[in-house]
Design a protein around this ligand. Structure first.
Ligand SMILES: [Zn+2]
Length: 99
């Protein structure tokens, strides 16, 4: 939008993966908003409570002077019943309030 855009962290969508044979989980950035490559960030140990707490802003590994904001991707839209859709909307609102 404006000239400030450059200083704002870009959003990087992540998926949660675990490393086979370990208890370590990673956030996988499938497509870095800066370089388009894949990056990994340690999300924590499987035993620790909530990997979601480790989401947020991180320096991009390809360029530590730039920061991106790790976020879960929006849920894909599926055809589903009215009830499920209504419930999902309600949950979405609650999540927004929590933040
Ligand atoms: Zn990158």
């Amino acid at each position: 939008m404006g000239k400030k855009d450059r200083s704002l962290p870009r959003t990087a969508f992540v998926t949660l993966r675990d490393l086979p044979g370990t208890r370590v989980m990673f956030w996988v950035v499938d497509e870095c908003p800066y370089c388009g490559e894949r990056h990994l960030h340690v999300a924590g140990n499987l035993r620790t409570a909530d990997p979601g707490e480790s989401l947020g802003e991180y320096p991009a590994p390809c360029d530590p002077t730039r920061v991106y904001d790790l976020e879960l991707p929006p849920k894909p839209k599926k055809k589903q019943g009215k009830e499920a859709r209504r419930r999902e909307r309600r949950e979405g609102k609650r999540q927004n309030l929590d933040e």
